[in-house]
Design a protein around this ligand. Structure first.
Ligand code: GLA
Length: 374
C-alpha cells in the first residue's frame, strides 16, 4: 500500500511551483475548453532558467519563471494554474487587452462625426475593451522556434461591431522569449474602418515571487517627467502634469510603497497608483520606460516600449478574496506596467491619436527583460 502511494506520488502531476525545468523550446499541452473550443497552454523555455507559460485563451500569461540572484527560478506572475480560474473571475491577470486598453470616458466617442457607444463596464465608463474584450476570446496560435528565440504567434479577427467598435480588426500578437531573458511582445493590426486601437498586456508582477508578500519594497524607476491626472473615476482631465514634487515622481529609484498612501488627491482617486505616465523620449522608438528592482530576491525587470505611455497600477483592487496558485491575492501583492496610449484618447484631441484607419498598420512593441542586482 505504502509503495503504491509512493508510486502514485512519483508519477502524479508535478507541483507547478516546483516543476522541473523544461528543455529549451516550445511545448504545447491541452488547457481545457472555452465554449466547446479547445485551448492550449504553451511553455516557452530557454537555457537560462526562464520560462513563460501562456494560453491562447485571452493571450493570458499564466506563469513567468525568472531566476533570482542565486539563479533559482521563481514564478513572478499572479494568476491561476488552471483555465477554470480565469473563466470564473480575474482582474485581467496576465491578459492581452483590447480593443482599447484602459478607460474611455462616458463609454462613448465621436469619430469622423459619428458617435459610437460602448459597454459601460467601469461605472459609467468603458474599461479594457468591454464585457468580452480580447482577454476573453480564443486566439489562433502558432508556436515557432528560431535561433536564440522561441514564441507563439497569436491571431484574432475582431468582427465589425464587436463590443460596439467600428470596423473589422485583424490582429497578430507575437510573444517571444529570447536567450537573453527578454519577453518581447509585438502587436500588429489592420482595419477596414477607422477605429480606436490601444492594445496592452496586463501581467501582474511580484518580483519576490508569487505568495512572497507585497510589492511595496520594490524600487521603481519610471522615465516619465509627466503623468495624466484623472477625475475620481480615473478619466484623464487632459492635463499633462509634471511629476516633480508629487508622489508620482519615480525619475529616481524609489520604493513603490514610499508615498503610496500620501495625502494626495490623485493617490486617493486611485487608491494608490493607478495612473498613466507620459513616457519621456520619442514614441515609436523602442526606449527604456521603467526599471523595477526587488532588493530581497535581487530580481530586476526593465520595460522598453514604443508606446507614448504606461499605466502603473499597484493592485489596489486586490483584497485577498481571490485565490490562485494556492495564494490569496492581497492588496498590492502585484503591480502592472501596461504600455499603452493614454486613457480616453478618443475623447482627448490633444493626446496622441489612437485612431487606426484602413490602409494603415498599427504596430507596437514592448520588451520586459530580466536580470539580477549585481
Ligand atoms: C487597470 C485599471 C485598474 C483596474 C485594473 C484591473 O490597471 O487601470 O483601474 O481596472 O486594470 O483591476
Amino acid at each position: 500500500m505504502l509503495s503504491l502511494l509512493l508510486m502514485a506520488s512519483c508519477t502524479g502531476a508535478p507541483d507547478d511551483a516546483e516543476a522541473p525545468e523544461p528543455a529549451p523550446g516550445v511545448q504545447v499541452a491541452p488547457f481545457g475548453e472555452v465554449d466547446g473550443v479547445p485551448v492550449e497552454l504553451f511553455t516557452l523555455a530557454n537555457a537560462q532558467g526562464m520560462e513563460i507559460r501562456l494560453t491562447n485563451y485571452g493571450g493570458i500569461v499564466t506563469h513567468l519563471f525568472v531566476p533570482d540572484a542565486e539563479g533559482t527560478p521563481g514564478d513572478i506572475a499572479l494568476g491561476y494554474d488552471t483555465l477554470e480560474g480565469y473563466l470564473e473571475q480575474t482582474p485581467y491577470f496576465g491578459s492581452l487587452i483590447g480593443r482599447y486598453g484602459n478607460r474611455i470616458g462616458g463609454a462613448s466617442f465621436t469619430l469622423d462625426g459619428e458617435t459610437w457607444t460602448l459597454a459601460a463596464n467601469d461605472g459609467p465608463n468603458h474599461l479594457h475593451g468591454g464585457e468580452r474584450g480580447f482577454d476573453k476570446v480564443v486566439w489562433a496560435a502558432e508556436p515557432f522556434e528560431e535561433t536564440g528565440r522561441r514564441g507563439v504567434r497569436l491571431a484574432y479577427t475582431s468582427p465589425d461591431g464587436e463590443e460596439g467598435y467600428p470596423g473589422t480588426l485583424d490582429m497578430e500578437v507575437t510573444y517571444t522569449l529570447t536567450d537573453e531573458n527578454a519577453f518581447e511582445i509585438d502587436y500588429h493590426a489592420t482595419t477596414d474602418k477607422a477605429t480606436p486601437v490601444n492594445l496592452t498586456q496586463h501581467t501582474y508582477f511580484n518580483l519576490a515571487g508569487v505568495g512572497n508578500g507585497d510589492i511595496l519594497d520594490h524600487e521603481l524607476t519610471l522615465l516619465a517627467d509627466r503623468f495624466t491626472p484623472g477625475d475620481e473615476m480615473l478619466i484623464p482631465t487632459g492635463e499633462l502634469q509634471p511629476v516633480e514634487g508629487t508622489p508620482f515622481d519615480f525619475t529616481e529609484p524609489t520604493a513603490i510603497g514610499a508615498r503610496i498612501d500620501a495625502d494626495d488627491t490623485q493617490i486617493a482617486y486611485g487608491g494608490g497608483y493607478d495612473h498613466n505616465f507620459v513616457l519621456n523620449g520619442e514614441a515609436g522608438a523602442l526606449r527604456l520606460a521603467a526599471r523595477v528592482a526587488d532588493p530581497v530576491s535581487g530580481r530586476v525587470m526593465e520595460v522598453h516600449t514604443t508606446e507614448p505611455g504606461i499605466q502603473f497600477y499597484t493592485g489596489n483592487f486586490l483584497d485577498g478574496s481571490i485565490t490562485g496558485k494556492g495564494v490569496s491575492y492581497e492588496r498590492r501583492s502585484g503591480f502592472c506596467l501596461e504600455t499603452q496610449h493614454f486613457p480616453d484618447s478618443p475623447n482627448q484631441n490633444a493626446f496622441p491619436s489612437t485612431i487606426l484607419r484602413p490602409g494603415e498598420a498599427y504596430t507596437s512593441r514592448t520588451v520586459y527583460s530580466f536580470d539580477v542586482l549585481p
